[in-house]
Write a protein that binds this ligand. Structure first.
Ligand SMILES: *Cc1c(COP(=O)(O)O)cnc(C)c1O
Length: 396
């Protein structure tokens, strides 16, 4: 039996593949340092765990929930957006999903017709293009150079725009680059999108994780017209250390949200009930732990950035958010006699037992992604091993 053409065109997630490879080596007893993961290394805060335990013990987590999520949670999302974005939304503007990843999936299924175009700035998060293809849309990749902090400009967007352009995806702070768009940049992009009736998908998942005084501006807050043109994607995974719970959400136009809900009702039925009760506590309970974790990431960033930046040939923009470094290692590859970044990453894992993610999966074939969501000892040891690997390979 042939598998579908749609599925044949799908690229599996490089980040999940990189973690799997590292774990396979670990299972063989190797001392592998994995800097691949896109998740906080903290455990979910206690108050959130308690809310989940209570939901199980009371029995209320035993049942199906409405497919768009428990009303109390949808309301908690609206309240959270009100207090963090100063924007008014009703429960009908909110759908709770199985992670932010599935919110994006539902959105593309809800709005894209075959051959509709979606502009995706490069480097991009691994799933955007593949999800667009699964919805029979066409990803239009726009390269954003490291010299422009990997950020797309209106001039570039205008060059990429056609009659078929339906969506622009923005992700600030960005995975993998850690860059943040300024208010001025976002205002220009937002006005362009309004002018051409292009839906802005604003992936705000790292909005709480910004460092050293950087400010996260949600594009939806910049004008009423831009707000109407925007679907906010967010979730509890990254800011509340809840990746395993699988709760995300989308906020925006009621008709789009209702359509996403119809698709969810025929596919997943509802996000896991116990996780929804936990998410209510995450969004509505005390927020101190979010700041504690943010500070820990900031401290680590400030310690490890200079160490990685000092590696031979590593060119890194200092990130302002998320928890990744995204160096261009072209010179390092030259030094080691490599032309393909994925080969370099594979050999680093095989020989030095350090796992990074190839930039190829993010559309950046001269870069690697390094997650610093791990302890300092591991990061320091990884730097030492990478330095030794480069030294040993060095052809000069
Ligand atoms: C982690 C991540 C998501 C998805 O998060 P979920 O765990 O599915 O809620 C979405 N976008 C970006 C950029 C991410 O890094």
């Amino acid at each position: 039996m042939d598998i579908s053409m749609r599925a044949q065109k799908l690229e599996p997630s490089v980040t999940l593949a990189a973690s799997a490879k590292a774990n396979a080596l670990k299972a063989q007893g190797q001392n592998v340092l994995s800097l691949t993961v896109g998740e906080p290394d903290f455990t979910t805060p206690k108050n959130i765990q308690q809310a989940a335990i209570q939901a199980i013990e009371s029995g209320k987590a035993s049942y199906y929930t409405p497919s768009a999520g428990i009303k109390e949670l949808r309301q908690a999302v609206a309240t959270y957006i009100k207090s963090n974005y100063q924007l008014d939304y009703q429960v009908e503007n909110v759908i709770v999903t199985d992670g932010a990843k599935f919110a994006l999936y539902l959105l593309f299924q809800a709005v894209l017709n075959p051959l509709d175009e979606v502009i995706i700035p490069v480097p991009y998060w691994v799933s955007y293009g593949e999800q667009v293809k699964l919805a029979e849309g066409v990803p239009v990749f726009v390269s954003c150079a490291q010299e422009q902090e990997f950020k797309v400009t209106v001039a570039q967007l205008e060059e990429a725009r056609t009659e078929k352009t339906k969506i622009l995806i923005l992700n600030s702070p960005s995975n993998p680059t850690g860059m943040i768009y300024s208010e001025k940049e976002l205002r220009a992009i937002g006005e362009w999108a309004v002018l051409h009736d292009i839906l802005i998908v604003s992936d705000d998942i790292y909005g709480k994780l910004v460092y050293n005084g950087a400010v996260f501006t949600p594009i939806a807050t910049l004008s009423e017209a831009i707000q109407k043109q925007t679907i906010i994607i967010n979730g509890v995974s990254k800011s509340y250390a809840m990746t395993g719970w699988r709760i995300g959400y989308a906020v925006g136009d009621k008709a789009i949200i209702a359509t996403m809900n119809d698709i969810a009702s025929q596919s997943t039925s509802n996000p896991t009930a116990v996780s929804q009760y936990a998410a209510i506590e995450a969004l509505s309970g005390e927020q101190d732990t979010v700041e504690t974790m943010r500070q820990a990431f900031e401290e680590r960033l400030n310690k490890v950035y200079p160490m990685f930046a000092a590696l031979p040939g590593f060119k890194i923009e200092k990130p302002h958010g998320a928890f990744y470094l995204f160096p261009n290692i072209k010179e390092t590859m030259d030094l080691c006699g490599y032309t393909d970044v994925t080969d370099w990453v594979d050999d680093l894992l095989a020989e030095a037992h350090v796992a990074l993610v190839t930039g190829a999966g993010f559309g950046a074939p001269e870069n690697v992604r390094i997650s610093y969501a791990t302890d300092l000892d591991t990061l320091e040891e990884a730097v030492a091993r990478i330095a030794a690997f480069i030294e040993a390979k060095s052809t000069r």
